[in-house]
Design a protein around this ligand. Structure first.
Ligand code: CUA
Length: 337
């Protein structure tokens, strides 16, 4: 009895338009999601119906027309026009329904409304960056409720894929070109962003959140983060930029070397360079390393850092330098308060 109930519940959860995620599909949180799911379930149940029909008929025929003692098989009819028209016509009709329906859903999802709010998305190993019309860059995608949002996406390095299951959108993000996708969030909340294209060691950590704000909340949030220098000290801004702009992906602050050297305790110290010699890590060294990373490579590391020329303002670079100084003041092993 319990087993039957369990099967029934899981079958019921296959039905579309459930508010929370079901057995097969995650929560529906965008305007496109219900339409995608309806089509998915139509194809799913249709396939299941024909699978069952074919298997059952096959078993019936196997039993009914099995070879028996003393029964001679009748000669097979060579042709049955009516039967052939039916078994060609019905599948043709069904695939045409799937095509027209699918094409309509695809078009709706491809063409963003003219009044869409535009956000630039950059994929890089291994994080997402979202740039807003006012220049603010964030590691999460904040959007207003019920407003079409158009994403213009590109990659700094390899192919990534922007994927939000709850919105039913997924689009490749390719270096050297722009790909676009749009959605209209229909529910306040936080939704997971994945990278859906294997892009190296940190692929499965290439995560972000879509934060859907209640009416008015998005404007408040934008106001708060848009004026970082008004509300924060340069050190706080530097710390924030360190996390938001991808420094943290390669430079730790706990003294351990990663892809690049750690930031802990480096400011004011003499750095051995690749190919011999050394340099004092001061304001100018940090600035040069951000703008022209290949100019001086720390010994023991590869020249893999991209330039931040044009991506960080002078003011932001100064803030990062101030932040580095606070790390330099810590003794090895000490934790940042
Ligand atoms: Cu980026 Cu996987």
């Amino acid at each position: 009895m319990n087993a039957i109930l369990a099967v029934l519940t899981s079958t019921l959860s296959l039905l579309p338009d459930k508010p929370k995620g079901g057995f097969w599909l995650p929560e529906q949180a965008s305007a496109a999601a219900p339409g995608v799911d309806r089509l998915f379930f139509f194809i799913f149940w249709l396939s299941l119906f024909f699978f069952a029909l074919i298997v059952i008929l096959m078993l019936v025929f196997v039993v009914r027309y099995r070879r028996r003692e003393g029964v001679e098989p009748e000669p097979s009819p060579s042709h049955n026009t009516a039967l052939e028209v039916i078994w060609t016509g019905i599948p043709l009709l069904l695939v045409m329904v799937i095509f027209v329906w699918g094409f309509k859903v695809f078009l709706d999802m491809s063409v963003a409304p003219a009044n869409s709010y535009e956000v630039q998305v950059t994929g890089q190993k291994w994080k997402w960056l979202f740039t807003y019309p006012n220049g603010h860059v964030d590691e999460n995608l904040h959007v207003p409720l019920d407003q079409p949002v158009r994403l213009v996406m590109t990659s700094e390095d390899v192919i990534h894929s922007f994927y939000v299951p709850a919105f039913r959108i997924k689009r490749d993000v390719v270096p050297g070109r722009y790909s676009k996708v749009w959605f209209r969030a229909t529910k306040v909340g936080e939704y997971q962003v994945f990278c859906a294209e294997y892009c190296g060691t940190g692929h499965s950590d290439m995560l972000a959140q879509v934060v859907v704000h209640e009416p008015g909340g998005f404007e408040r949030w934008m106001d708060e983060v848009g004026n970082m220098f008004k509300t924060m000290t340069p050190v706080q801004v530097g710390e924030r930029l360190y996390r938001l702009r991808g420094c943290a992906q390669c430079h730790t602050i706990d003294g351990k070397a990663s892809v690049g050297p750690t930031f802990q305790g480096v400011f004011g110290h003499e750095q051995a360079l690749k190919g011999g010699g050394s340099a004092l890590i001061d304001e100018n060294y940090v600035r040069e390393s951000i703008l022209e990373p290949q100019a001086k490579i720390a010994a023991g590391f590869e020249p893999v850092m991209p330039t931040f020329k044009g991506k960080l303002s002078d003011r932001e670079i100064s803030a990062i330098i101030e932040y580095l100084k606070t790390l330099g003041a810590l003794a090895a092993g000490e934790k940042k308060p």
